[in-house]
Ligand binder design. Sequence first.
Ligand SMILES: [Zn+2]
Ligand SMILES: [Zn+2]
Length: 357
Amino acid sequence: MEPEHLPNIFKILPLALPKDTTKLCELCQGRASLECAQCRVTFYCDASHQFADWVGIHEKICPLLVPIRTWTLRGSTGEGRIEKNIKKRELIAIARSIAEAKVAEGKHEEALPGGQACLSLCVDVFGSSTIELVPAYLLLAEAYLGLGKLSPAAEMISQAEWVVSKSPDCDHELNHRLHRALGRLQTAKGNFDDASLSFANDIYHAAKAYGLESTVCRYGYFLIANVFAKKGKTLIARSMYKEVAQTWHSHLTKLMQPFLENPEASPLPTFDKAKQVEVDNMLQTILDFEQHQSIKEHPLIALLLHCLSMMWFMAGDCVKARGFGQSALQTSQMSPQQELSAAIQSLLELVDMWYSS
Ligand SMILES: [Zn+2]
Ligand SMILES: [Zn+2]
């Protein structure tokens, strides 16, 4: 239970339902014995499912569900149906963005209720096995993969695959997400050859959707490199990791450049919060891999630490920015050329100046 949700606990005290209820639990579809005391149109098998749903999505959509679920009579007329449909589409967008943010933040358990709400609303509005369901399937698959629950993840991915296979005009963005999820599942199952192929498809579609130089595409390279590392193909994994690290280094340097040159006149560069967990995880994985090599490439380690320092500076975490910056400087000074020392030094000065003022 997270502290920020504590005050809300009083709002979510449930009401007991009569014993012979036909109502179903919002989360597990089991027989419900409780109802939400706020909206009174949402039901649960027990308090733990109610709490999980509240934290995951219900808190944000509780009042919005009332018109959708109580307009049975009015909703059957033409006008009422259209109005209801608009409300449902709004809810789909809300549930999807909340669940996506939770996945991006690494809160996979909390992403499930939003993903499920999104899926059942999509089925309701668009019908079963339609292309509109694919984002919801993939969202749930990503959450299950994050939790290491491979069989529900596989189920969601195969549903998505089936729909996509019947939709030849499915766009590159969706294809990229499908192949990435598939590759992740195959990696987790140890099917490394299949995983490489899926990530190659993922990169192809990501390049079409976002461009070859995009960070989305580069993350695909990182995922393939992981597969090589897991297969024990250290040489190729290492060279791919290095390329990924260099791309990110130039990306972050470019973001920081105007501010480094003129901190008074330029706005503090911001880093997409949704990507923070993913990028941090990627840089740390590469760093860990390089630090475990018998002959270490110190300039590369310095470059990775410099990336982490820049990222945390932009994220507003001065302690981490300084910590990684200092390690980056020490490591850079171990290599004869010390290519990055000057850049790291100015970043560290900036960290001190910015956060002491
Ligand atoms: Zn339940
Ligand atoms: Zn409610």
